[in-house]
Unconditional design. Structure first.
Length: 190
């Protein structure tokens, strides 16, 4: 089991944005936010880089879950592997622990492992985005829905690693969240 979790962490270390940046001759760590995720890749290299990065990062989360299902591992062990792949994405050892922010990898894991909770997240994101006009703040609402549904469906004891991942991702987004709140309140006070 430990081998599966370690493997998942190493899979998480495959940062799609880094490879796309290398292919395009750009070190995304030196551009804008310096983040190796879909948002920064898209801002620097365009929509196709965003889509490829998102699919690559979500794909590695989905792959780890698929492997767990293939070997018929218990759900909680697959959830730990999901956390491991996200941690690998956030803190890749070979890039001095400076990776992406984990959203796409989290989406890949939850879409495959907990489709009902993923659906709750998606619905809340789509409901809040037109009102908040901020992907970051809408993400907070969708994460709240994910945790609430895990409690309501009484699956939180099984998928606790994904709830832990939510808190880690939110911490990684702290500066984005503060900026989004400031922008939102500034806009509403005008």
């Amino acid at each position: 089991m430990i081998a599966y979790w370690l493997f998942s962490y190493f899979i998480g270390n495959f940062l799609t944005a880094w490879w796309i940046g290398k292919w395009k001759g750009v070190d995304l760590r030196q551009q804008r936010s310096g983040n190796l995720g879909a948002r920064n890749a898209g801002a620097i290299l365009g929509k196709s880089a965003f889509i490829l990065t998102f699919l690559g990062d979500a794909g590695k989360g989905a792959l780890v879950v698929w492997i767990g299902f293939f070997f018929d591992f218990p759900i909680w062990e697959i959830a730990v592997a999901g956390l491991a792949v996200i941690l690998g994405h956030l803190f890749p050892f070979w890039l001095k622990y400076r990776g992406g922010k984990g959203i796409a990898a989290f989406i890949g894991v939850t879409f495959c492992l907990t489709p009902d909770l993923f659906l709750a997240m998606l619905i809340l994101f789509l409901a809040f985005y037109p009102w908040l006009k901020s992907a970051t703040l809408s993400m907070l609402a969708s994460f709240s829905g994910f945790i609430a549904m895990a409690l309501i469906l009484q699956v939180w004891l099984i998928i606790w690693p994904l709830i832990a991942a939510v808190f880690i991702i939110v911490i990684k987004h702290k500066s984005d969240i503060i900026e989004s709140f400031n922008n939102r309140f500034r806009a509403s006070s005008l």
